[in-house]
Ligand binder design. Structure first.
Ligand code: IPE
Ligand code: IPE
Ligand code: MG
Length: 243
C-alpha cells in the first residue's frame, strides 16, 4: 500500500522504449513516440493527484539530435502538437510547465509554443512539470562552469565563493529540489547523461516495461518500491532508526 505521507516531492523519469514498443507492433518508431504521450498524460495526472510537487520528464537528449532527421523532425512536431493540445488542461489542473536544456537549439516553432505554454502556466502552483529538452547533464554542468568562471574572471565573485550552493544556483534546475526518485523504463540500466549532479542521492528504479505501456499503477508501484527503501545518506541504519 502506498503511504500518502511519504510521497517523493520530485520524481524524474527517463522515458525509454518507444522505438521498441513500435517495432514489436511492426510500426515505425514515430508511432511509438505518439503512443508515449498517453503515458506522459497518465504520469502527469497521477503525480498531481497524489501530491508530487515536481515531475521531470526526459523527452529529448542532446545526443538524440544524432538520430535520423525524419525521427528528430517528427519528435519536434509531436512536441508542438502535444503542448498545444495540453496547455488548457495544464491550466485547468493548476500545473506549471518548465523546461531544462538548450532551448535555443530547438526549432523555432517548437521553442515558440513551449515558451508560450511556460508563460501561460507560470502562476500555477499545484505541481511543476519540467520537460528536459535538448538536455544533457554534461552540457548543463559545463554551462554552469563557464558562467561561474566568467564571474570570477570579471571579479564579480572570488574563487573561495565557489561552493556547492553557488554551483547549484547556476544549473538549469536551480529552482527545483533534487529528485528523491528516478525512474527509467525499457530495461536499460543506465543514466544516459541525465541529471548527474542532482541524482547524487536519488533512489533509482528500473523497470522492463516500455514507456508507452506505463500507466498510473506503474507509477504507484515505483513509489511503493521507493517507500520500502532506507535512505541513509552515509549514516548507519541504527542512526536512521533512532532519529
Ligand atoms: C525514448 O524512446 C524516447 C526518446 C529517446 C525520444 P526511444 O526512442 O529511445 O525508444 P527505444 O529505446 O529505441 O526503444
Ligand atoms: C534517453 O534515451 C533519452 C531520453 C529518454 C529522452 P535514449 O534511448 O536516447 O538513451 P540511450 O542512448 O539508449 O542510452
Ligand atoms: Mg531509447
Amino acid at each position: 500500500m502506498m503511504n500518502k505521507e511519504n510521497i517523493p516531492k520530485h520524481i524524474a523519469v527517463i522515458m525509454d522504449g518507444n522505438g521498441r514498443w513500435a517495432k514489436q507492433r511492426g510500426k515505425s518508431r514515430v508511432f511509438g513516440h505518439k503512443n508515449g504521450v498517453v503515458a506522459v498524460n497518465d504520469f502527469v495526472e497521477c503525480s498531481a493527484e497524489i501530491g508530487v510537487k515536481y515531475l521531470t520528464l526526459y523527452a529529448f537528449s542532446s545526443e538524440n539530435w544524432n538520430r535520423p532527421d525524419y525521427e528528430v523532425n517528427a519528435l519536434m512536431q509531436l512536441l508542438v502538437v502535444t503542448i498545444k493540445k495540453e496547455i488548457d488542461k495544464l491550466n485547468k489542473n493548476n500545473i506549471r510547465l518548465q523546461v531544462i536544456g538548450d532551448v535555443e537549439s530547438l526549432p523555432s516553432k517548437t521553442r515558440k509554443i513551449l515558451l508560450e505554454a511556460i508563460k501561460s502556466t507560470e502562476n500555477n502552483d499545484r505541481m511543476t512539470l519540467i520537460l528536459a529538452l535538448s538536455y544533457s547533464s554534461k552540457w548543463e554542468i559545463m554551462e554552469a562552469v563557464k558562467s561561474i568562471a566568467k564571474k570570477v574572471e570579471n571579479n564579480e565573485i572570488s574563487s573561495d565563493q565557489v561552493t556547492e550552493e553557488l554551483f547549484e544556483q547556476h544549473l538549469n534546475t536551480s529552482d527545483y529540489p533534487d529528485p528523491e526518485l528516478l525512474i527509467r523504463t525499457s530495461g536499460e540500466n543506465r543514466i544516459s547523461n541525465f541529471l548527474l549532479w542532482q541524482i547524487a542521492y536519488s533512489e533509482l528504479y528500473f523497470t522492463d516495461k516500455l514507456w508507452p505501456d506505463m500507466r498510473k499503477a506503474d507509477l504507484i508501484d515505483a513509489i511503493e518500491d521507493y517507500q520500502s527503501r532506507e535512505r541513509r545518506f552515509g549514516k548507519t541504519s541504527e542512526q536512521i532508526e533512532s532519529a
